[in-house]
Write a new protein. Structure first.
Length: 284
């Protein structure tokens, strides 16, 4: 397969960038990158790797872990073992955001951010917002920071914070300053049986959350009302059968304009795309 004008220009630019970055073996690295992303020089090796990948997938290793990347809302995110693979279900949050008026400069927190999918997609759609992704697990934080640095080339600027949402003092500097909190926390009840992609190949802490699956959702809701500005929004993903319990939880914390949104267009065999939205009363 011959390379065209644009591929050759991209290779030449890549060489300049790699040398400027101090990469010590530019020729070897550039050759590997071209072979991986533009054209496979060794066809037999490509065939062998394809068969190995198929074997892994048959062993129910998640596709994202095999490929090393996942597409989410027009973004290519790096993922791998030890981090939750974002699902298209979370796009329901961004659809809601597109129809919601948030002032320029609004501070946004993406809690339980994982690889950063939700926060990065918000930044892509609304670069005028001030987005911070918050994650606690060390491996996930590494992927989060890598994705943020990677997408900085697209002029996307967001912050990453490693913090435990169960420790309120870690968020003291955000007190009553946040206009939108979004979260896709783990929400699977610990006794629920899942497909092996999730039960065997994802971190337990990124999937399960107590007997009813809502332990972290309770923590996020309690934390949110200390961080939101009056009329600030809280948006949390959860399971369809948890909708009533989550709405009650929002009501208990004096949130208003509460509604559950189910988007069947992005629902699949792993579950429905569901989120509950609420707003902090300005009378709180």
């Amino acid at each position: 397969m011959s390379l065209g004008k644009y591929e050759l220009e991209a290779i030449a630019q890549a060489r300049v960038l790699l040398e400027a970055a101090g990469v010590w073996d530019t020729d070897s690295d550039l050759s590997s990158l071209v072979d991986r992303f533009l054209v496979r020089a060794d066809k037999q090796r490509a065939l062998d790797e394809f068969r190995l990948a198929v074997s892994e997938r048959c062993n129910r290793v998640p596709l994202g872990h095999i490929l090393g990347t996942v597409e989410f809302d027009e973004l290519s995110l790096v993922v791998g073992s030890g981090v939750f693979i974002p699902r298209p279900h979370s796009i329901v949050i961004h659809k809601w955001l597109d129809d919601t008026e948030l002032p320029k400069g609004t501070r946004v927190l993406d809690l339980c951010a994982g690889s950063g999918a939700i926060g990065l997609a918000i930044s892509r759609r609304r670069p005028d917002l001030n987005v911070t992704c918050v994650e606690f697990e060390r491996v996930a934080v590494n992927y989060l920071k890598r994705n943020i640095a990677r997408l900085a080339t697209k002029n996307m600027r967001i912050d990453a914070v490693q913090a435990d949402i169960r420790e309120n003092e870690a968020f003291a500097h955000f007190s009553h300053q946040v206009g939108l909190i979004v979260a896709n926390p783990p929400y699977v009840p610990r006794q629920m049986q899942l497909q092996p992609e999730w039960s065997d190949h994802h971190p337990t802490a990124a999937v399960y959350s107590g007997a009813d699956g809502l332990d972290l959702t309770r923590q996020i809701t309690a934390l949110a009302i200390t961080l939101l500005v009056p009329n600030g929004w809280l948006v949390i993903e959860h399971g369809e059968d948890q909708a009533h319990a989550v709405r009650e939880l929002f009501e208990q914390h004096q949130l208003i304009e509460i509604r559950t949104v189910i988007d069947h267009q992005v629902s699949d065999t792993t579950g429905s795309s569901v989120m509950t939205v609420g707003r902090l009363s300005n009378q709180t």
